[in-house]
Write a protein that binds this ligand. Structure first.
Ligand SMILES: [Zn+2]
Length: 426
């Protein structure tokens, strides 16, 4: 069966085209008519904008359970006094319901794939499998000097996630390793993670230089920056997605470029937690791949990539006092191709023949999008997640005109409200 999407615009072009989707991929983009046969799915695009779906490169989806639970606190107090103790109470049921809620929010706002670091990841994997979204999943990893890797449950769960889910459904799920951060880990276990990832060709997700104090305390403790510490332990010998990187030094950037590290830029989380602002242009100029992430719903509090990319687009202009910085097309590419690259999904993140059909259609007829001069400008400055008319992953429609095709949204909302509300106060 084929899917034909008729009369849509593509980013950067106002002429209308038709798009043919077969075997999970975009097989043809043409101004000519595409002949349909019986059973084909034909979608009338009504002159709307067809773009690549978004790749959310950093987050903790089950943290929707903690949305609004601990706001307006400094990061260390937020993390050590509120989040970590609350997370000790987590159950499988909470993680599944919160993951489903997160996936629903992401699909309805145009996200086709997300990177995730958390606990009970087989429950998040179950939500990914059921919903049809893509994900790069890793088990949040923390350790200390006494951690014995031969008996460590967190390391065992990390390995099990890989053996159970890596490359599930033609790579829809990619399992990766994790080092939560420098300040939550010890040297020996991190070395073992590095070796395991390298031996098994796995990517690694981590947090790095999120706050100034984290960055400086690492230098005091280890005599080097978090990035240099990760490098010294072999972590950067595998493909790494490093979240935040707000306080990285020019020397760190050199290492990151050399090692092919991707940065997951999380502007709203960094702003809300008062962590600072990513040196976006320096990182881009160093030749480092930049992706975009929402981070968890406890530090954002939305998982809305349109809101995220719009924040990034204006933030860097304001902070540099230069309106030319981070133009609309660049931030669109960061949120799409940059994320797909970080997730090592090299046939994703771009609307072109042969690429995976991870597609979003945006409503150009919304009041706030009229008139349309430049579709990149619409995405970066005027669009809203309410403009998402359709989200397709690997050629399969998962969300269209407010309806979820794989998720019983009323059930998910009711379950989430009954299990999550007040859970951490009990
Ligand atoms: Zn995070």
């Amino acid at each position: 069966m084929k899917t034909i999407i008729k009369n849509v615009m593509l980013p950067g072009d106002t002429s209308l085209v038709n798009v043919l989707i077969e075997n999970k991929r975009i097989s043809k983009i043409t101004k000519e008519n595409i002949c349909a046969t019986v059973g084909d799915d034909i979608i009338e695009g009504n002159g709307n904008l067809l773009i690549s779906g978004f790749y959310n490169a950093h987050g903790h989806s089950a943290m929707t359970a903690l949305r609004g639970y601990a706001d307006d606190l400094p990061l260390r107090r937020w993390l050590f006094e509120k989040i970590f103790p609350a997370e000790d109470k987590l159950t499988r049921r909470v993680v599944y319901n919160a993951s489903m809620l997160a996936i629903s929010e992401m699909l309805s706002s145009g996200t086709v794939s997300f990177s995730d670091m958390y606990f009970f990841m087989d429950e998040t994997a179950r939500a990914v499998i059921e919903s049809g979204i893509k994900a790069n999943l890793c088990r949040g990893y923390t350790s200390d000097e006494d951690t014995d890797m031969s008996t460590d449950i967190r390391f065992a769960e990390s390995k099990r996630l890989v053996s159970d889910y890596n490359m599930y459904d033609d790579g829809r799920i990619v399992a990766e390793m994790c080092v939560h951060a420098e300040y939550t880990n010890a040297e020996r276990p991190v070395r073992t993670i590095a070796e395991y990832a390298k031996e098994n060709g796995l990517g690694i997700q981590l947090h790095a230089s999120e706050t100034e104090s984290e960055h400086n305390e690492c230098i005091e403790r280890r005599g080097k920056t978090p990035i240099a510490w990760f490098e010294s332990l072999g972590i950067l010998d595998s493909p790494v997605t490093a979240a935040h990187c707000v306080w990285v030094t020019p020397e760190d950037m050199k290492i990151m470029a050399e090692k092919g590290v991707s940065v997951a830029h999380c502007p709203i989380s960094n702003l809300k937690l008062g962590s600072g602002v990513l040196p976006f242009s320096d990182i881009a100029d160093a030749g480092i791949n930049i992706a975009l992430g929402t981070d968890g719903a406890s530090s954002n509090n939305r998982l809305d990539m349109i809101r995220e990319l719009q924040t990034a687009a204006i933030l860097h202009k304001g902070i540099s006092r230069d309106p030319v910085k981070v133009p609309a097309k660049q931030i669109y590419e960061v949120a799409t191709l940059g994320g797909a690259t970080a997730q090592r999904r090299f046939d994703c993140g771009k609307i072109a023949e042969g690429m995976r059909a991870d597609i979003v259609i945006l409503d150009v007829h919304s009041i706030h999008n009229i008139p349309l001069y430049d579709s990149y400008s619409m995405i970066a400055y005027s669009a809203s997640s309410s403009d998402v008319l359709m989200t397709m992953v690997d050629g399969k429609i998962l969300y269209r005109n407010g309806e979820f095709k794989t998720i019983d949204i009323e059930k998910i909302k009711a379950e989430a409200e009954s299990t999550l509300k007040g859970f951490f106060y009990r």
